[in-house]
Each structure stands twice: as C-alpha cells, then as structure tokens.
Design a protein around this ligand. Structure first.
Ligand SMILES: Cc1ncc(C[n+]2csc(CCOP(=O)(O)OP(=O)(O)O)c2C)c(N)n1
Ligand code: SF4
Length: 278
C-alpha cells in the first residue's frame, strides 16, 4: 500500500503570503509579522489549522501578509469574531491581532469580556500609542501631554489606558508585554501564548515611525522588568505599581477555567428554524 509521505516542516517564510506589506519603512508591525511566522514554524503548525483574525488599522492588515486562514474584520470587532471561531472550531489555533485604537478604544468592551471568558486564543495588540492608519490621532494609550495631533493640540488630557492592569483585572490568564524590536523574545512569547490553554494577551510596543518618530528611541528604554512570572493575580497587579510602561516579560500566567457555552440538544440551524417558524 502506498504511504502518504509526511509533510515537510515549514519555514517561517512559508507562513508569509506573496502580498507585499504597505506599511511605512521602519514600522514596528513588520517585526510582529516576522515573529508570528517564526512562532508558527517553531510549533510546526499546519497552515490550514491556523486562523488570524484582525480588526481595522495598519496593524490589522496583518492577516493578508500571512498564508494562514485570515479574516480582516471590522474596526474593534476582531475579538468577537475570533472567539466565535474558536468556539465553533476548537481544533483551530486562533490568533487575533490589531492596534491599540482597535483593541482598547472602539473594541475596549470586547477586550474586557474576552479576558473574562478566557477562551483559548492569543490576542496580539501592536501598541504604538496612536491611530496610525487615520493619520496620527491620539489613542487610548497616548500620553496625556502628547501635543503632536492637530485634533488635540494641548494633548489628549486624560491618563493613558493601562492594558496589562485592565487585562489582569478583567480575568486574562496569560499577560505579557513585548517589544517589536526584540523579535526573538517576541517569538518566544507568541509560542508560549499559543501553548497556553486560555486567553493570552500580548501587548507589543510597536513603534509608528511616521506619527510617533520619537518611539524609535524606545529600544533604549525597554528592559526585562517582568523577567519573573507570577501565578498570583494580585501580586502581578501589585508589580504594575512600579512599572514604568517599558518592562518586558510574562507578567502573569495561570491555568484557569475557560468559558464553554452550554449546547442545548437539537440539531442547530434547523432546530432554530423550527422555533421561529410562523
Ligand atoms: C467603525 C469604524 N470606526 C472608525 C474607523 C476609522 N479607523 C480606521 S483604523 C482606525 C484606528 C487605527 O489605529 P490602531 O487600531 O491603533 O492601529 P494602527 O493603524 O495604529 O496600527 C480608525 C479610527 C473605522 N474604519 N471603522
Ligand atoms: S502610519 Fe505608522 S502604524 Fe501605519 S504603517 Fe506607517 S509607521 Fe506603521
């Protein structure tokens, strides 16, 4: 009998599509794309078993640049799509990606509840503290005194959103901060996040060199402030009191129950049709 030969191992480049990114030269998002493809290769995941879901923004273009299944959804709605997919197809590895505007502003409510449900997927937010795609408005993670946007010439005037603290408070079970300029480390974090059986949140500081050129200097500010991982949520939150915003590492990791919807007996769509029949 003829044996089907095993599939060859894929290289990171095999997880890239032939679409050329339209990101500005030097944008941090290139490195995130590279880390995702490296992580998928390291885990030997078949492309047809992976889905990458995004919202809208420069960062959210990322599914088009990969060869895994992808869905470029609606601004702020990537997480509902990703969670729905994971519930319907638990066999898939589901990644969700986007920007800080997408995930913390219009999508902020979905972020809270995704943390709370702890569904097994990896959420990567490319945080550049600005709305890159729409030409440089302040985002939830912009500093209160950032005066470069014509819309907020005196600065947004409100303290920035704290993604890690909010993720911890809302119930995320794996909470990480990374930097796009450290691709190897980011790759390792993505591998660990995919392996984690729950909702993994990775805040990736990913400079927008066009609207926040000063972010190029962040390579000298990031440090391994979260070198040790806590399994205690309260202790992890306490550690954030001393955080300068540039600590990198896995801050918190704990295996906790995931939301699983209770399936009523019945045969799906035709069951629903019967219930709503006139
Ligand atoms: C419902 C809706 N509201 C607003 C927009 C306009 N819009 C597109 S991208 C974006 C913000 C992008 O910023 P971010 O998510 O931080 O990603 P970046 O471009 O910085 O990577 C906004 C407000 C939209 N496309 N859809
Ligand atoms: S505008 Fe900013 S976020 Fe968008 S591609 Fe250019 S550098 Fe990247």
């Amino acid at each position: 009998m003829n044996q089907i030969p095993p599939l060859p191992d894929l290289e990171p480049a095999d997880y890239k599509s032939d679409v050329t990114p339209v990101w500005c030269p030097g944008c941090g998002h290139y490195a995130v794309l590279s880390a995702i493809t490296k992580a998928l290769a390291e885990l030997h995941l078949a492309r047809e078993n992976v889905a990458l879901i995004s919202g809208i923004g420069c960062s959210s273009r990322i599914p088009a640049y990969t060869s895994v299944y992808g869905f470029h959804s609606i601004h702020g709605r990537a997480l509902p799509v990703a969670q729905g997919l994971k519930l319907a197809r638990p066999d898939l590895t589901v990644l969700c990606a986007g920007g800080d505007g997408d995930g913390f502003s219009i999508g902020g409510n979905h972020f809270l509840h995704a943390c709370r449900r702890n569904i097994n997927l990896t959420y990567i937010v490319m945080d550049n503290s600005v709305y890159g795609m729409t030409k440089g408005q302040a985002s939830p993670t912009t500093e209160a005194d950032w005066t470069e946007s014509k819309l907020t010439p005196e600065g947004p005037g409100v303290p920035p959103f704290q993604p890690l603290d909010i993720a911890l408070a809302a119930g995320a079970s794996h909470v990480v901060r990374a930097f796009s300029g450290k691709v190897q480390l980011l790759t390792k974090y993505i591998v660990e996040a995919i392996e984690h059986p729950g909702f993994s949140f990775i805040q990736v500081i990913s400079p927008c060199v066009t609207y926040r050129p000063e972010m190029r200097a962040l390579k000298d500010r990031v440090h391994d402030g979260f070198a040790e991982t806590s399994a205690n949520r309260l202790e992890a939150r306490r550690r954030l009191l001393d955080d300068d915003g540039y600590s990198l590492g896995v801050l918190f990791k704990s295996v906790e129950p995931s939301y699983t919807p209770c399936h009523r007996s019945g045969d799906g769509v035709s069951d629903l049709e019967r219930q709503f029949a006139l």
